[in-house]
Design a protein around this ligand. Sequence first.
Ligand code: SF4
Ligand code: SF4
Ligand code: SF4
Length: 237
Amino acid sequence: SGKSFFVDLSLCTACRGCQVACKQWKNLPAEKTRNVGSHQNPQDLSFQTIRLVRFHEAHDANGKLQWNFFPEQCRHCIEPPCKYIGNMYSDQGVEQDAQTGAVVMTSRTTAIGDTVTSEELCPYNVPRMDEKTGQWSKCDMCLDRVQSGRLPACVQSCPSGTMNFGNREDMIALAEKRLKEVQKTNPDAYLADPESVRVIYLCTAQPEDYNGNLLASVDGSKMVRTAQGKSGVNRRN
Ligand code: SF4
Ligand code: SF4
Ligand code: SF4
């Protein structure tokens, strides 16, 4: 129950509409960036950039160039490590909305400060701290919009059908339907950690061929939770 996103990476054109819509809705300032020879901009998530379209060039088994796009955001874990770890420092630093399952970082996360790293809080290395205040932030599912019956800004803005949002059961059914369709032409397609997160990615390239933590890493050893592929096997190993 609750809400979920389904993110169909087979359709993403890297237009970055979602990244801009997130900034606008959240009223977050632009970052000073520099050209480093990549279309990805900025280079990483930050306290001001809580959604980032990542770019990565890779080659498939036949040596053909693949350009892989990964619009990254908090996964709204069903059992969020950031909540259990963060709330050892301050009660209610990280809250989970009972109705939607949204995981929200509050101003009380200043109590966490720089005592931990993002990777120690989160298996996807998502949240970022404000260097000035020690407060942590990340995507909050646009909870204010969702509670008033609207779609998250990133979903609303996506022109390609990549971003979907709704009741969890419906999103899981859509993910499984699209996985079967995409596997007709790409038998290696898989869903990333679908049982443990509320942002379910359909992936057409291997996890290491995306720029970022597509699957959960544990203890920095890049262990995955699950990846539901053609054979149901763990795709990373
Ligand atoms: Fe991809 Fe949609 Fe975001 Fe454009 S708006 S980068 S198509 S997810
Ligand atoms: Fe927390 Fe990371 Fe899970 Fe988001 S993805 S809920 S920041 S542990
Ligand atoms: Fe940004 Fe809202 Fe999308 Fe989260 S749900 S990435 S806060 S636009």
